[in-house]
Design a protein around this ligand. Structure first.
Ligand code: SF4
Length: 318
């Protein structure tokens, strides 16, 4: 049996939802929260993938957010715009605090978006560790980014399996001491950290074994829960169909501040004009250098410039 944290969590919420999603592989609709989360994760992955010890500029991070923005699932372009501005504001705040916040604040992670598979004996556990950082006590900290708008209740956080399971995986994969595991709630900039005790490890493994056993025995009945109105399979559910109204697509999306949008438009236009002028200047410098040396390509640490078949100067990442 193979299980990921998401699959285990889905089973804990509702076994029938697990069956629809992972046994029958029924398709699910894209959603704003999923697309928003993917976009922010991608931008932060890029921030920490810099090939030099220096962090990229804040403007580059926001450019990157635009490039990797996932557009699917939004009900309208206005809704998508609201989400984009919230992602941008969260990343700008993140940058000010965790990149520009002082000497040594920005450090390259020990691992980034690491996809793992570990054998637990009774099942294979898989997942993705967003970030693994070295701490100041000769150990490591696992960080998982969250893009929820609100902090879950403490009791739910204490019982959640994700960080204990990632702790188990990291210790087995790298044979390292993991001193701390952290959920970083980016939209409210709150870090919820905990130590995973040996007792918590045992409890987490026992719960995964229980879930794996239930799935193997085919115990896949519906279980009513607070999230039923947002369930992808509400209409097919023998327990809830017709009893509650679907709330899929109705999210508490952030309000659009039109003044902020206009200001942003003016500032961005000025920045683009300035950058285009800079691009033209850099093209002249590179072209003059290549003409002087009699070469048709030249590289830096992040890119390569060369002449294409039509004799135009072009460039790409390397
Ligand atoms: S509607 Fe509720 S009970 Fe039915 S499958 Fe979805 S989560 Fe389970």
């Amino acid at each position: 049996m193979k299980l990921s944290y998401t699959e285990i969590s889905t089973y804990q919420t509702c076994p029938l939802q697990y069956r629809f999603k992972y046994v029958e592989a029924r398709p699910t609709e894209p959603s704003p929260s999923l697309s928003f989360g993917k976009s922010v994760h991608s931008a932060l992955e890029w921030l920490y993938s810099a090939p030099t010890p220096d962090a990229p500029m804040q403007e580059q991070l926001i450019d990157r957010l635009e490039t990797c923005w996932v557009s699917e699932g939004y009900a309208s372009s206005e809704e998508e715009t609201r989400y984009f501005y919230q992602a941008k504001a969260a990343l700008e705040h993140y940058y000010r605090r965790y990149v520009q916040g002082g000497p040594g604040v920005f450090k390259l992670p020990a691992a980034l978006e690491y996809k793992f598979r570990v054998d637990l004996g009774f099942c294979e556990l898989s997942g993705v560790i967003d970030r693994l950082d070295r701490d100041d006590c000769d150990g490591f900290e696992i960080i998982d980014y969250k893009t929820n708008r609100r902090l879950p209740p403490a009791r739910r956080l204490a019982g959640d399996l994700q960080l204990p399971l990632y702790h188990i995986a990291a210790e087995r994969i790298w044979d390292i001491p993991v001193n701390k595991v952290t959920f970083h709630y980016l939209l409210i900039d709150h870090r919820h950290s905990m130590n995973v005790t040996p007792q918590r490890v045992e409890e987490a493994l026992a719960e995964v074994e229980r879930v794996a056993g239930c799935i193997e025995r085919g115990e896949l009945d519906p279980q009513q829960n607070n999230l039923c109105p947002w369930c992808d399979f509400l209409e097919d559910c023998p327990l809830m169909s017709g009893k509650v109204q679907s709330r899929r697509g109705s999210t508490a999306s952030p309000a659009l501040d039109i003044g902020q949008a206009v200001d942003e438009l003016v500032i961005t236009h000025d920045q683009v004009a300035h950058k285009l002028a800079r691009v033209e200047g850099l093209k002249s410098i590179v072209a003059a250098y290549m003409a002087d040396k009699g070469i048709d390509s030249v590289s830096g640490s992040r890119g390569l410039a060369s002449y294409d078949e039509d004799g135009h100067l072009s460039w790409r990442d390397i």
